[in-house]
Design a protein around this ligand. Structure first.
Ligand code: PLP
Length: 436
């Protein structure tokens, strides 16, 4: 009997080896990792240059506390990353994952307002249908009902406005002017609360797991940014899933020219080689804190090894032109999935950007009626795919917080043409279990 408190249910295969877009288990079975884990692995598995960078840094200095030392690896990483960020004079605060990055971002927003003599600004506005992490601050910002439900008594401070979810948009004027309407809803929420009480608005540029790669209309982000600025509300871009090339640009914000005040990243920053998250403050936010202490910190933040890994991953993305590869391969994969699934009676929508793709499953296509949760549509599809050697990323609750089934694809950007064909064929076969 295992002494591990496993995350997954049932018997988990043992991962033995991984390379490129594939993982092999202890029995030699190969899985095409079309989910990149949890939409994490951008540069591909088994990269020996990243392993060498990690090893070299660990040999030199594995750990030095962030309040006592900086490191060459960290300084170099930040210098190379800064010009790629959609921010002015960014300052990078490395942590150990996406949830920590979001917690840090929320506290940073609060610290900014305190430093400027606006202590009444403490409220966080986020969106329904969002995910920002599983620690309590990040979970409170999240609008992912199945994850919130057990912990509801501990949550409830954050406010939520609707996310841009074009497939199920409830705005009366849909599809016209949805971005503007959403911005009006945010504007009204801020005014109702009192702008002098609102610290920040946090959102994912393209909604990740909760709504399955829901891409907002083009008028959404410019209007939202304008509303935030007009009320002195800091804009936090949660790029934990969209960052580091996942949507076909370095950061999702770039698609709409958004310049956030604070940015959170994780996942693709290290491509899974190290538990790395990043909180980034704009120059203005950083400077406001100078002379005052940012009361916050984690034992494992500012890790020299994490920085060495981040830097090696950045180089792989840049030298291999992998962000462009995510764009180009994503276009192809999306097109092929759309064509293959066009007549499937239970595929309501296929959407996404770059190599971040969501497939929404419905009981009835015309009415967009979701499967009842008890049918476990997502679980059945994901299990059938895994049996066939294809890893997909599951999510539920997108339609109403309980019902609503999604599977996502987010493969490494090094996925080959043959592997993309395999992913499409095996995904289509797994989806046939819904009609059998
Ligand atoms: C958009 C977004 N934010 C935050 C998180 C939390 O990141 P982590 O699981 O690394 O704590 C995730 C994870 O899926 C995410 O997709």
């Amino acid at each position: 009997m295992s002494s591990v408190f496993h995350r997954g249910a049932g018997d988990l295969p043992e991962a033995r080896r991984a390379e490129g877009a594939a993982i092999w288990d202890a029995h030699g079975k190969r899985y095409l990792d079309a989910a990149g884990g949890a939409i994490v692995v951008g540069i591909g598995h088994g990269d020996s240059d990243v392993v060498a960078a990690m090893q070299e840094q660990a040999r030199r200095v594995a750990y030095a506390h962030g309040t006592q030392f900086t490191s060459e690896a960290l300084e170099q990483y930040a210098t190379e990353l800064a010009p790629l960020l959609p921010m002015d004079e960014p300052r990078i605060y490395p942590v150990s994952g996406g949830s920590e990055a979001v917690e840090t971002a929320l506290k940073l927003a609060r610290a900014f307002h305190l430093s400027r003599g606006e202590p009444s600004r403490h409220k966080v506005i986020a969106r329904t249908g969002s995910y920002h992490g599983n620690t309590l601050g990040a979970l409170d910002a999240s609008g992912r009902e199945p994850l919130r439900r057990p912990y509801a008594p501990w949550l409830g401070r954050a406010l939520h406005v609707p996310a841009a979810y074009e497939y199920r948009c409830a705005l009366p004027t849909h599809p016209d002017g949805c971005g503007e309407r959403h911005a009006e809803l945010l504007d009204r929420a801020i005014r109702d609360e009192g702008p002098e009480t609102v610290a920040c608005f946090i959102a994912e540029p393209v909604v990740g797991a909760t709504l399955g790669a829901a891409v907002p209309p083009d008028d959404y982000w410019p209007a939202i940014q304008e509303v935030c600025r007009s009320h002195g509300v800091l804009l936090i871009a949660d790029e934990v899933m969209t960052g580091f090339g996942r949507t076909g640009r370095w950061f999702g914000c770039e698609h709409w020219g958004v310049r956030p005040d604070i940015l959170a990243a994780g996942k693709g920053a290290s491509s899974g080689y190290w538990p790395l998250g990043l909180t980034v403050a704009s120059g203005e936010v950083f400077e406001s804190l100078e002379g005052t202490a940012f009361i916050h910190g984690f034992t494992f933040s500012h890790s020299p090894v994490g920085a060495a890994v981040g830097r090696a991953v950045l180089r792989k993305l840049r030298d291999g032109d992998l962000v462009q590869a995510s764009h180009d391969k994503g276009e192809r994969l999306l097109k092929e999935l759309m064509a293959e699934l066009a007549d499937h009676p239970n595929v309501g929508d296929v959407r996404g950007m770059g190599l971040m793709i969501g497939i929404e499953l419905v009981q009835d296509r015309d009415s967009k009626t979701p499967f009842p949760r008890a049918k476990r549509a997502t679980e059945r599809v994901v299990a059938a795919a895994k049996d066939a050697g294809l890893l997909l990323y599951p999510s539920t609750g997108c339609a109403d917080g309980t019902d609503g089934d999604l599977v996502m694809l987010g493969p490494p950007f090094v996925i080959t043409e043959d592997e993309m064909t395999e992913a499409v064929d095996k995904a289509a076969a797994a989806l046939r279990t819904l009609t059998d």
